[in-house]
Design a protein around this ligand. Structure first.
Ligand code: CA
Length: 228
């Protein structure tokens, strides 16, 4: 998942690059409007995070220019201004969403995920079946099987597996999993994620030569097809 980050403030770049990489995104940075337009036009990104105050151009101009060239990548605008008027202008210029500085990283992540999901949802409707290698999860019937073998999961294990299967190959941190599957009020010091991942792994991987649920040391976990 590639994100173009257009931002001239080095501290914000460092902070976002580190945070977003940890979440499994690949980040390309442009520090000027010109650079952003060139990259935005020549390369394919899943999302553009666009600062409004750039050294050469205004973020609004960059946004309008990209849209005029039929670049339809979702654009999340960042700005220090937060009046209703600015918001309206930002969205009219073709931005999809808007975030006022200073912002919490979790808020940015949530917006990014919504934009990416909205976009994916337009391209193809949410599938009721998720599949990685021979592991299949059905969201409607709540049935899970590996090959021909049905797997019994508790509701929490099911939610955890569904979260993994929505992001195949993406490394998910314990914090992220805890927030997404257990909710923001979950105690961050608990080891509940590790416990559940172990249980889930036992159920989906035990007895199979190809293991799907992997530990990425120092980062978290990922569910991935054996070859990928
Ligand atoms: Ca700036």
């Amino acid at each position: 998942m590639d994100i173009l980050l257009v931002e001239d403030d080095e501290r914000i770049v460092q902070f976002l690059r580190r945070g977003l990489r940890t979440e499994g995104y690949r980040i390309e940075v442009a520090a000027t409007g010109q650079e952003a337009m060139a990259l935005g036009l020549s390369e394919e990104f899943q999302l553009i995070i666009l600062d409004l105050g750039l050294p050469d151009l205004n973020g609004l101009e960059v946004c309008e220019w990209l849209r005029s060239r039929r670049v339809e990548t979702p654009i999340l605008m960042l700005t220090a201004m937060d009046t209703v008027q600015d918001k309206v202008v930002g969205l009219r210029s073709g931005a999809d969403d808007y975030l006022t500085k200073p912002f919490a990283f979790e808020e940015l992540l949530a917006r990014i995920e919504t934009l990416l999901r909205r976009r994916g949802g337009e391209a193809k409707p949410e599938s009721k079946e998720l599949r990685i290698a021979d592991l299949v999860l059905n969201r409607e019937t709540h049935e899970v099987r590996r090959g021909a073998q049905p797997i019994e999961l508790t509701p929490k294990e099911f939610a955890l597996l569904e979260y993994f299967m929505e992001a195949p190959g993406k490394v998910l941190s314990r914090t992220r999993i805890l927030e997404q599957v257990w909710g923001y009020n979950a105690d961050p010091l608990t080891n509940v994620v590790d416990v559940y991942v172990r249980q889930l792994r036992r159920k989906i991987d035990d007895g199979h030569e190809e293991k799907l649920l992997k530990t990425v040391r120092g980062y978290g976990y990922k569910l991935d097809a054996p070859s990928g």
